[in-house]
Design a protein around this ligand. Structure first.
Ligand code: 26W
Length: 835
């Protein structure tokens, strides 16, 4: 029994009442049954009558009702997963960008129509209920959303699995614009309660921190133990993760931090009220807020506390709740695989070693053998600055025993390196998990040394990991490295986000494609069918009109339905090159205002942006300011005759993505080749019939290979060409000199015309491009503008464009997250779906 596991094993049932012994049943899946359940929840759970119920009452009662239909399956599944010995997947992720839950749970349980009719019978429009839900923004971007797509596919493929993470009280900040500049507002997503979670204080784990270690003699065996200084309670909140209409419901368990002793009455009575609750506030801080960085770790102690907090609670929970009491730990690798979603949870490796060696008293080698088979690591980045490194000082202070364990892991690893490569000091220094000056722990190296498998998230990314970022490790342990190209769940990003397209596809292919997305390939022949093309174009137009209504109501933006919708939605980061998109817009604007091009000759376009910048990322925030500034000038300049529009709705999130992506014509995937690990937005756009303009970066390469060069607007340098130019010495100014339009665009930005004549406002952006330009915006400009000309030409033949859009949908079924999960099962997990 580990020191932090107090909950007794479930007692055999002594119940006699037949109902108590029967499996939990769901309410009748009928309109009447649903109305009854809904009114019971409204009256009994909310304590209100329908006549006096608020919108919040109705929404929470509706959520409880849908929950009630899923709980039976959930409990049955938990019982089954506990009973059967099959291998399970524990997905450890510091982020889950879940999006709204109501529609997904209705879809998964096949209750959408029944609920719609039942609510209508109660005089309630389900649309108003949908709008009432606050999405849990427990993630930053790609990594967090991928985790959400993956747990959806794990449940839909009936893989026994549990997602572990943190229940942040405040998720990703709410973005508002003031004078075009980003302002961050706290995301109080729990304000109205969260109907989809089940709190289980009785299953809390105790997680400790700091203190010191000591060795002691344990019947002649020298052992180490950790004597922590303080601890907090990790309280689990369980969320249902329903599979798509397969009766499966997996669990997402998110931990919330609370004080071990909530309130110090004696201190309170002594009048020191603040001191009385200090422990509580201190503890709760751990799961208070999501770190809004998505590329540059700040190395903050609280971030490391967060990582250890959820990892330690998850391992204790798994080892005590899921594993039978007397489980033979040498068999652990047959029972579970812990997938590390980037390096954020990698402290799980020394934690597992501490539990196996210090608590379960296994010897080091046996423990290490088990640990190495129980973990696998997915890397999601290529930016050196995004690779987490923790100082030995901080780690030693916060987790002294774990640092000792990491040192021993490293010593034994370097012995193996020396054995294999001899006294190659460069290699030993470069492969050491511990780097010097200042002494730090390289978490990606720890994950690579400990993981059974290491994978990148797109072919090119995995190749670059092996050739560059982790080259020395690939030379030593090539068998560890593999690739699993990302994917997205078609349930949310096609069926829910684009119901009309889904109907059109089902009309052509029948049902089944939502769980077998490669069947979209059968649509290829329909691209040649004029009626189908007309219907397809009709769906796109309808989605544009719907987006127009949403943005009008949300932000007062209007979208002209004869405009080409050119969309760039993703986190704001220099490597993603939103500045290249800005230079395109300014170039078109400059052409007209300089009189070189008549506005009437322009292909009408609306440029839609969605992007949050990490609050501490000054250059990113400045680019957001510039986009809004260019937008307000372009949108109000009569010389453009309304043929160019810039629309930048604030607070881009999953819910907005579900509205924007189905309406898009052009998907902007324009990162510098070799910088975007994969991208997943690119997949969502292609699957919703948008054409991609992009570089050969991340998964763009695989999208282009599948859809064909004729159906993809490729531009820019390839990764080797980028490396070659970098090696040759990149002088961005030369590119500005070489391209007249580029210089004109840069000059226009410097001129202050977008900043009320104040040249200083955006000068830092222009000078950065001219004298630094780390992500080679200027080098790819000419090729990009030429590609945009090709886009205009292609869009002029709307029917051919539609044909190409249909082929994009038909040929991108590969990018289902179901396929990604199947690849993880085959190449890394070797866990089997449970029929
Ligand atoms: C510690 C700061 C931090 C936080 C998050 C560093 C790095 C991250 C993430 C790894 C960043 C991220 O979201 N990466 C994105 O992951 C997606 C899913 O694999 C990929 O599709 C994107 O290309 C990648 O940028």
């Amino acid at each position: 029994m580990s020191e932090n596991d107090k909950t007794p094993a479930p007692r055999p049932l002594t119940a006699t009442h037949p109902l108590a012994l029967a499996p939990v049943s769901s309410p009748p899946a009928t309109v009447d049954g649903f109305v009854r359940e809904f009114l019971v929840n409204l009256n009994l759970e909310r304590g209100v009558a329908l006549s006096s119920a608020t919108e919040t009452d109705k929404y929470l009662a509706l959520a409880s009702t849908v929950r009630d239909y899923l709980v039976a399956r959930w409990l049955e599944d938990q019982r089954r997963q506990r009973a059967d010995q099959s291998k399970a997947v524990c997905y450890l992720s510091a982020e889950y960008l879940l999006g709204r839950q109501l529609d997904n749970n209705l879809l998964a349980s096949g209750l959408t129509d029944i609920a719609t009719q039942a609510l209508a019978a109660c005089g309630i429009d389900i649309d108003s209920m949908r709008a009432h839900e606050v999405e849990p923004g427990l993630g930053n971007g790609g990594l967090g959303r991928l985790a959400a797509c993956f747990i959806d596919s794990l449940a839909t493929l009936s893989v026994p699995s549990i997602g572990y993470g943190i229940r942040y009280e405040y998720g990703i900040f709410r973005q508002v614009f003031r004078d075009g500049q980003q302002i961050e507002k706290p995301d109080a997503w729990l304000a109205l309660g969260s109907p989809w979670e089940f709190r289980h204080p009785e299953a809390a784990q105790t997680v400790s921190f700091a203190g010191h270690t000591e060795t002691y003699d344990d019947d002649g065996v020298l052992r180490s133990r950790w004597v922590p200084a303080w601890s907090v309670r990790a309280v689990p909140y369980n969320y249902m993760v329903p599979g798509y209409q397969n009766g499966r419901v997996n669990t997402l368990r998110l931990w919330s931090a609370e004080a071990t002793k909530a309130f110090d009455l004696r201190t309170f009575n002594s009048g020191d009220y603040v001191e009385a609750v200090r422990a509580q506030t201190f503890a709760e801080n751990i799961s208070k807020v999501l770190y809004p960085e998505d590329s540059t770790p700040q190395g903050k102690e609280l971030r490391l506390q967060q990582q250890y907090f959820f990892v330690a609670a998850s391992i204790a929970d798994y080892m005590s709740k899921v594993l039978p009491e007397d489980f033979d730990l040498t068999k652990l690798p047959d029972r579970v695989i812990f997938q590390l979603n980037d390096t954020h949870p990698v402290i799980a490796v020394p934690e597992m070693m501490r539990v196996l060696v210090d608590e379960r008293k296994l010897d080091w080698d046996a423990a290490w053998a088990i640990t190495q088979k129980c973990f696998a690591y997915t890397c999601h980045t290529l930016l050196p600055e995004a690779l987490e490194v923790w100082s030995v000082d901080l780690l030693g202070r916060l987790l002294p025993r774990h640092l000792e364990i990491i040192y021993r892991i490293n010593d034994e690893f370097l012995l193996a390196v020396r054995e294999r490569f001899g006294d190659d000091e460069r290699r030993l220094r470069d492969m050491s998990i511990i780097s010097e000056n200042p002494a730090s722990v390289r978490m990606a190296y720890l994950a690579t040394v400990a993981g059974a498998k290491v994978n990148g998230v797109a072919e090119l990314h995995s190749q670059l990991l092996r050739e560059k970022v982790l080259h020395d490790f690939d030379e030593m342990m090539p068998e560890k490295f593999t690739n699993v190209t990302n994917g997205v769940t078609p349930r949310r990003f096609m069926r829910l986000a684009n119901p009309e397209l889904s109907e059109l596809i089902t009309a052509a292919l029948g049902t089944g494609w939502l769980t077998d997305l490669e069947r979209l390939r059968e649509l290829e022949s329909y691209a040649e069918d004029a009626d189908f093309r007309a219907a397809f174009a009709g769906v796109k137009a309808a989605n544009k009109r719907r987006l127009n209504e949403v943005l009008l109501a949300r932000d007062g933006f209007a979208i002209a339905d004869d405009h080409l919708l050119d969309v760039m939605v993703k986190r704001l980061h220099e490597y993603k090159r939103q500045m290249l998109k800005v230079l395109h817009i300014v170039t078109l604007y400059e052409r007209v205002v300089s009189g070189r091009v008549a506005a009437s000759d322009l292909q009408p376009r609306t440029f839609i942006f969605g992007a949050k910048a990490a609050p501490g990322y000054a250059m990113a925030k400045r680019v957001i300011h510039l986009i809004n500034a260019v937008g307000s000038v372009v949108n109000s300049d009569p010389r453009l005759e309304g043929r160019l529009k810039v629309v930048f709705p604030p607070n881009y999130n999953v819910t907005l993505a579900e509205r924007v992506i189905p309406a898009a014509d052009l998907s902007e995937q324009i990162s510098l080749a070799g910088k975007e690990a994969s991208g997943t937005g690119n997949m969502k756009f292609a699957l919703n019939g948008a054409l991609t303009i992009g570089t050969d970066d991340g998964a763009n390469v695989e999208i282009r290979e599948l859809v064909g060069d004729d159906n993809f607007f490729l531009f820019g340098m390839s990764e080797p060409e980028v490396e070659e130019l970098w090696a040759r010495g990149y002088r961005p100014g030369e590119f500005a000199q070489a391209d007249d339009e580029l210089r004109r665009a840069l000059d226009l930005i410097s001129s202050g015309v977008f900043s009320g004549g104040d040249r200083s406002t955006f000068e830092p952006i222009v000078s950065n491009l001219l004298y630094d330009d780390r992500f080679m915006v200027l080098a790819d400009y000419t090729s990009y503008i030429a590609a945009q000309e090709r886009v205009d030409a292609a869009y002029a033949d709307r029917d051919a464009w539609t044909r190409s859009a249909i082929l994009n949908v038909a040929r991108t079924g590969f990018f289902s997250s179901d396929r990604s999960i199947r690849d993880y099962i085959d190449r890394i997990w070797h866990a089997q779906p449970v029929r």
